[in-house]
Design a protein around this ligand. Structure first.
Ligand code: C2E
Ligand code: CA
Ligand code: CA
Ligand code: CA
Length: 279
């Protein structure tokens, strides 16, 4: 099926006028970057709030451009989403991440999971389930060790289609996480309708803790909701000990943030896992 892409806003700036904005030259550079292998995956630990043991990693894409340096995903993912390159990049990330987790757990000597971001367009793509099956089969990673992070928006575009895709993901044992939970424009009804396992509380609700009373109330309410629905919660963007202690007191079991580990290349993650063995 042919996808209907959203209208593009592109500005045509000549290449020699400094770094390109979100424009046609960055888009052209992306196709080249795929050929040149400039995309890499970083991994950020997701830890148990109590003892800080690494439970899994979130896979985060990085683009190291030879002259522009690090192009942040907030810059290139939206372009890839518009031109469809996200399907190629996303399939690569899913396969590579499923392979990588095998090495992580070999070093750790215990089961770990890998969390992978799935963009709305990737989720809607006809070949997505085939890509998922390939990733699991090629890596030998059991579905239960894979978490797929999607946003509320991804579910809302076409709920009927989402329902069938999620059911088939669940058949494979993969868990579904709602990324940036609470920041979308959706109702809570989807928590009842879809087989969701994890809520990722957005950094927007975490960054001003423990002082911000409203954020504290929201985090508390999300954790209560999750407890009653038997969902696990990962708090994102935890940067301070005070935030971790506060979230732990509210009953938040999992933490992800600079405090307990920045996104890092695989070899650094492997070193962190070795260290984890002796602490
Ligand atoms: P996200 O999925 O919400 O990822 C979390 C973002 O928060 C990451 O930014 C991570 O580096 C950042 N972060 C983690 N801990 C902290 C913290 O303690 N403080 C602060 N200030 N930030 C923290 P990043 O890597 O720049 O990625 C941005 C977004 O790009 C991601 O947001 C995700 O939406 C998208 N993205 C990244 N990789 C992929 C990918 O492979 N596929 C897709 N579809 N999207 C991706
Ligand atoms: Ca995410
Ligand atoms: Ca997030
Ligand atoms: Ca986010």
């Amino acid at each position: 099926a042919k996808e209907t892409g959203r209208a593009r806003t592109v500005t045509y700036s000549p290449r020699d006028q400094g770094p390109p904005e979100h424009d046609i030259s960055l888009e052209a550079a992306m196709f080249n970057a795929v050929r040149e292998g400039e995309f890499q995956l970083y991994y950020q630990p997701i830890v148990d709030a109590r003892n800080r043991t690494i439970e899994g990693f979130e896979t985060l894409m990085r683009w190291k451009h030879p002259t522009l340096g690090m192009v942040p995903p907030g810059r290139f993912i939206p372009i890839a989403e518009t031109n469809g390159l996200i399907n190629l990049l996303g399939a690569w990330a899913l396969k590579a991440a499923c392979m990588q987790v095998r090495q992580f757990e070999e070093v750790a000597g215990r089961e770990l999971y890998i969390s992978v971001n799935i963009s709305p367009r990737q989720f809607r793509n006809d070949k997505f389930l085939a890509v998922l099956d390939d990733a699991l089969a090629l890596s030998g990673t059991p579905g239960r060790q894979l978490v797929l992070e999607i946003t509320e928006g991804t579910l809302m575009v076409d709920p009927l289609h989402a329902e069938s895709v999620l059911a088939r993901m669940a058949e494979r044992g993969a868990r579904i996480a709602i990324d940036d939970f609470g920041t979308g424009y959706s109702s809570l009804a989807y928590l009842k309708r879809f087989p969701i396992s994890v809520l990722k509380v957005d950094r927007a609700f975490v960054k001003d803790l423990p002082q911000a009373a409203k954020d504290a109330a929201i985090c508390g309410a999300v954790l209560d909701l999750a407890r009653h629905l038997d969902l696990s919660v990962v708090a994102e963007g935890v940067e301070t000990e005070e935030q971790l202690a506060f979230l732990d007191n509210l009953g938040c079991q999992y933490i992800q943030g600079y405090l307990t580990g920045k996104p890092m290349p695989a070899h650094v993650a492997l070193a962190a896992l070795k260290e984890d063995l002796y602490t």
